[in-house]
Design a protein around this ligand. Structure first.
Ligand code: ZN
Length: 375
C-alpha cells in the first residue's frame, strides 16, 4: 500500500474544457490522491477526511475485485461533489435527474462521498444488472435496505434491468445487489470478471446462459435455484469484505468498547461537509461521520450507550452497528441506535463489527459510544 499524499490544486491539469477561473476565483478544487482526484465545486466545504476516504474506498474496492492483479488494471478515477449548476454543466442528459452519475472513469454526485458511483467509475460498463448489482453490493450505504428486499429471484431482471417494467426500481437494484454479492462471495472475483466481460451491455438471455454455463458450470436456472435455496450462511465462509470494517480498531478497556471524542469536520478521519451554495435551503450539508471497528470475543448481551449532541431543531445523531462477517447475500439489518440512547441491550455474536457514528452538524461536537457486557 502506498502513501496517500494529497495536493490541493486549483484546476491545473484538469483542463478538460471547463472554465477553471471565474472572476479570479477558481470554479472548483482538486485534492489529488493516489487513485482518485477528489474535486468539489466552489461553495462546497468538504470535511478533511473526504479525499482520503474516497481514495481508501477505491483501493478497498480494487482489492475486493482483484483489480490490482498487475497494477495495470486499477484505473485512476475522479470523484466530483458538485453544485446543481455544475452538475448540469459537467454531466449529460441521462445524469441530470440522478443523485449521482458516472461517465467513464469520472464519478459525479450531489453528495460529498458517493460510494456507488465510485464503484461504477472503477469498472468498465457492463450489463446493467451486473454493473448496478456490483455498485450496490460494495456500497457501505446499501446494507440496511438490502436486508428489506423480499424478492430474490434474479431471472426476471437479468436482461430487462433497464428496459421493461421491472427495471430501475429500488427492488431491481436490491435483487441485483444481493445476487452479485452471492456470486462474489461464493465464487470469487475472477469468475465474476469473466462473466462480466462475456455478457454484452445490451444482452439477450442466451448471453447469460452461455456465460453462466462456461464460468459457473450451471445454467441460469440452476444458478438461480442454487442461490434461492442458499438460505443459511455456511459456517467458516470468507466474508465479502466491507469497507467500514477496514476502519481503525477500538481496543477494549476493562472489557468495554469505548469510542469518545470531539468530532469536527476538520479532523482528518472525518467525512461529510457543507454546501454553502445550499446553506439557505433545507439540505445544506450532510453532517459528519466516522467509522471504527471492534471485536467481540464473547457472544452475549451487550449494553450499547450512544451520546450525540442535540442541534437547535432537536436533531440528534446516530450510531450504526453491523457485523463484518456473515453472508452478504443474506444481510442482517444493521443496528441503528439514535443518540441519545440510555443503553439498549442487544445480542452480539463473536466476531468483528463496525460502528459508524453520524451527527448532523459539522462543527466540533462531543460524541461517545460505549458497548459493555449487559449485567
Ligand atoms: Zn448505479
Amino acid at each position: 500500500m502506498t502513501d496517500l499524499r494529497f495536493r490541493l490544486l486549483l484546476c491545473s491539469f484538469v483542463g478538460s474544457g471547463f472554465a477553471c477561473e471565474h472572476g479570479g476565483e477558481p470554479d472548483f478544487f482538486v485534492i489529488s490522491g493516489d487513485h482518485v482526484d477528489y474535486r468539489y465545486s466552489r461553495g462546497m466545504e468538504p470535511c478533511a477526511g473526504n479525499a482520503f476516504a474516497v481514495n481508501a474506498f477505491a483501493l478497498h474496492t480494487a482489492l475486493v475485485l482483484g483489480l490490482d492483479r498487475d497494477n495495470e488494471e486499477l484505473p485512476r478515477i475522479t470523484f466530483s461533489w458538485l453544485t446543481d449548476e455544475d452538475f448540469e454543466l459537467w454531466t449529460n442528459d441521462t445524469c441530470v435527474e440522478a443523485k449521482g452519475c458516472s461517465i467513464g472513469t469520472e464519478a459525479y454526485s450531489h453528495i460529498p462521498i458517493h460510494h456507488h458511483e465510485v464503484v461504477h467509475a472503477l469498472m468498465p460498463p457492463g450489463a446493467p444488472f451486473l454493473d448496478e448489482g456490483l455498485a450496490v453490493a460494495l456500497d457501505p450505504g446499501s446494507g440496511g435496505s438490502l436486508a428489506e428486499i423480499d424478492e430474490r429471484d434474479p431471472r426476471p431482471y437479468l436482461v430487462d434491468f433497464v428496459q421493461g417494467d421491472l427495471g430501475l426500481t429500488d427492488e431491481a437494484y436490491g435483487v441485483a445487489g444481493l445476487f452479485v454479492s452471492y456470486l462474489l462471495q461464493v465464487y470469487g472475483a475472477e469468475r465474476f470478471h469473466a462473466v462480466y466481460a462475456a455478457i454484452p451491455r445490451k444482452s439477450e438471455f442466451p448471453d447469460w446462459q452461455s456465460a453462466f454455463l462456461q464460468h459457473y458450470d450451471r445454467s441460469a436456472d440452476e444458478l438461480a435455484e442454487e442461490y434461492l435455496s442458499a438460505k443459511a450462511c455456511p459456517k467458516g465462509i470468507s466474508p465479502l469484505p466491507r469497507f467500514e470494517c477496514s476502519a481503525p480498531e477500538i481496543v477494549p478497556q476493562d472489557g468495554m468498547v469505548v469510542f469518545q471524542r470531539t468530532l469536527d469536520c476538520s479532523d482528518e478521519d472525518v467525512e461529510g461537509g457543507v454546501s454553502l451554495a445550499l446553506i439557505d435551503e433545507a439540505r445544506p450539508g450532510w453532517g459528519v461521520r466516522v467509522s471504527r471497528s471492534f471485536v467481540i470475543d464473547t457472544p452475549g448481551e451487550y449494553k450499547v450507550v450512544v451520546v450525540t449532541p442535540t442541534t437547535e431543531d432537536g436533531t440528534v445523531g446516530y450510531a450504526l452497528l453491523g457485523p463484518c462477517g456473515g453472508c452478504a447475500w443474506l444481510p442482517e439489518p444493521g443496528i441503528a441506535i439514535t443518540g441519545n440512547s440510555e443503553g439498549e441491550v442487544m445480542w452480539l455474536d463473536e466476531g468483528q463489527f463496525f460502528v459508524t457514528v453520524s451527527v448532523p452538524e459539522t462543527v466540533a461536537q462531543e460524541v461517545s459510544v460505549s458497548i459493555s457486557p449487559a449485567p
